[in-house]
Design a protein around this ligand. Sequence first.
Ligand code: SAM
Length: 239
Amino acid sequence: MNRYKDFFKESISEYGLLLSDEKWECLCNFYKMLLEKNKVMNLTAITDPFDVVVKHFLDSLSLCSVFDFTECSSVVDVGTGAGFPGIVLKIFFPEINFVLVDSLGKRVSFLEDVISEISLKNICAIHGRAEDLGHDLKYREQFDLCVSRAVANIATLCEYCIPFVKVGGSFIAYKSGNTDDDPEKFEKAVNELGGEKYFSKKFVLNGEFDRSFICISKSISTPEKYPRRPGIPGKRPII
Ligand code: SAM
């Protein structure tokens, strides 16, 4: 992993980010834990150190090309899996409160180990489904930003994610390859859930991989009936 330190440092400088030795050490420890745990449970198919640097670390931080964190104090990562993008963003924005949500208990236990091992503060990993936690007043409409990577189609994701966002906050979905970013496929969900403006930004990660962000801002409160019960947003997205 160390031989990619300069490459990574240079790559993130494009987002205005600086790599301290301390941050790099956190990422290396996270990588070691990921590889070790991946032997006994399915966390990621990407294990080669360069691939992890590009497809997990750099990809997570590419959000900085569309979102300015200066005014942000709380972030929720829905369907965080092994901690992407949540853990990586937390390492770079230590002053922001993070909540990482996943429906798989084993992944959440792994994240708790990571949080403790690399001594991250003001971050917690919660085991639960977005459809349930989105009704919990501890989390509902409590976040400046909700992010989600590789979890579901956009209409479904809107129902998982927009309920967590404060009025005036944003939901941003990470998408890869040929995305379902045709506004017709999620416009109704955005409007129904309290979202307003949206835009998408396509880019090429490390000059090689097609990616895009779909950014939605929230202008009014989400109606109480959303999210619908577990499984329904996936089976019957609002389209
Ligand atoms: N975001 C990570 C990444 O990009 O590597 C993980 C992506 S993984 C393909 C999708 C994750 O979403 C899984 O860990 C799964 O358990 C979680 N997930 C799926 N549906 C969910 C839901 N309704 N609520 C919470 N987590 C969910």
